[in-house]
Design a protein around this ligand. Structure first.
Ligand code: MTE
Length: 323
């Protein structure tokens, strides 16, 4: 696990104290559930070290990847950094917990329910979804609300293509995404660390923006569990919490969904979550960030450097209020 410099935001600052204080208790629960599910998970739950990152249980090369015109040329973070410094509260609150504990997730077989205001609702198998779209690599800068960042070579397909496939009606103004709920596969859900299931949403025009990606892999391989296998959202101009993992439900809605962090702490986390260095989080500055693996902080860019692609989506909106 990486050693955090003192300049990093602590998890106790990001997470309200009442949840943080329960972490020990949570880990105990996670540990005992682990024993119960270990047989199915090949024992990886019992591996109490961060070495679990080395094995991507889903490891399979993704070949024939299209190139993207959206790639950043900035130095990419290492596979180890990307897969051992994670937020996935279904597996614990520490950055190393997902790599240690997400072995119990079974990303196959996997179904995604599509519902709401669309012409083609239904339950779709991930293997079929993967046949519909050519995969491409997208090297994106990612900026977490906790003021750290990484550069990640995702593999996926445009969310816009996925959305259009289901023929949303004119009433579909928002797309809502929901993560799996399964206490055996996601033992952290036995704790009220967050209101489960994890939920996120985008406005329809945001979802149709070509930058928004449905990711199924990274570094040319199928996604490891801790990064949201088998399918997760990647929205590089927004804070990382928009990037909901392990999606099982996509709903086309008339009204704006309430996302998980907004439900938990509405004064701190809004619906839009656009990276905006001019608006500090109530408890820390958003003007700068620490790139994982670097010591010195760097300036945070509006829309995480993607303003040319997305600023027009918000023309006329007060992004201080619509945070
Ligand atoms: N999705 C689910 N289901 N549960 C989570 O706790 N955390 C979010 C997001 N998606 C989270 C989630 C947050 S806060 C961040 S910063 C990103 O996942 C982290 O993605 P990464 O671990 O792949 O870098």
């Amino acid at each position: 696990m990486l050693v955090k410099p003192a300049s990093d935001i602590r998890e106790s600052e990001v997470t309200p104290e009442k949840w943080y204080a329960r972490r020990r208790e949570f880990l105990k629960v996670a540990g005992s559930t682990a024993v119960a599910v270990a047989a199915g998970a090949g024992g990886s739950w019992l591996d109490g070290t961060a070495t679990a990152y080395a094995q991507n249980p889903n490891a399979r090369k993704l070949t024939g990847l299209k190139k993207s015109s959206f790639d950043t040329t900035e130095k990419q973070n290492s596979y180890k950094e990307i897969t051992t410094y994670n937020n996935f509260y279904e597996y614990g609150l520490d950055k190393g917990d997902p790599a240690r504990h997400a072995g119990s997730l079974k990303p196959s077989p996997w179904k995604v329910v599509v519902e709401g205001q669309c012409g083609k609702p239904g339950t779709y198998d991930i293997d079929d979804i993967l046949k519909w779209f050519p995969l491409e690599e997208r090297i994106y800068r990612m900026r977490c609300v906790e003021a750290w960042s990484m550069v990640i070579p995702w593999v996926g397909f445009p969310l816009a293509d996925f959305v259009k496939r289901f023929e949303p009606t004119s009433k579909a103004k928002f797309v809502k995404f929901t993560t799996l709920v399964d206490l055996r596969q996601m033992p952290g859900q036995t704790e009220p660390a967050l209101p489960w299931p994890y939920v996120e949403g985008l406005r329809m025009d945001e979802a149709l923006n070509p930058l928004a990606l449905m990711a199924v892999g990274l570094y040319g391989e199928v996604l490891p569990n801790q990064n949201g296998a088998p399918i997760r959202l990647v929205v590089p101009w927004k804070y990382g919490f928009k990037g909901i993992k392990s999606i099982v439900r996509v709903s086309f809605d008339e009204s704006q969904p309430v996302n998980t962090w907004q439900r938990m702490q509405p004064s701190e986390y809004g619906f839009y979550a656009n990276v905006n260095p001019a608006v500090d989080h109530p408890r820390w500055t958003q003007a700068s960030e620490r790139r994982i693996g670097e010591f010195f902080r760097r300036k945070t860019l509006p829309f995480n450097g993607y303003a040319d692609h997305v600023a027009s989506l918000y023309a006329g909106m007060d992004l201080r209020k619509n945070y």
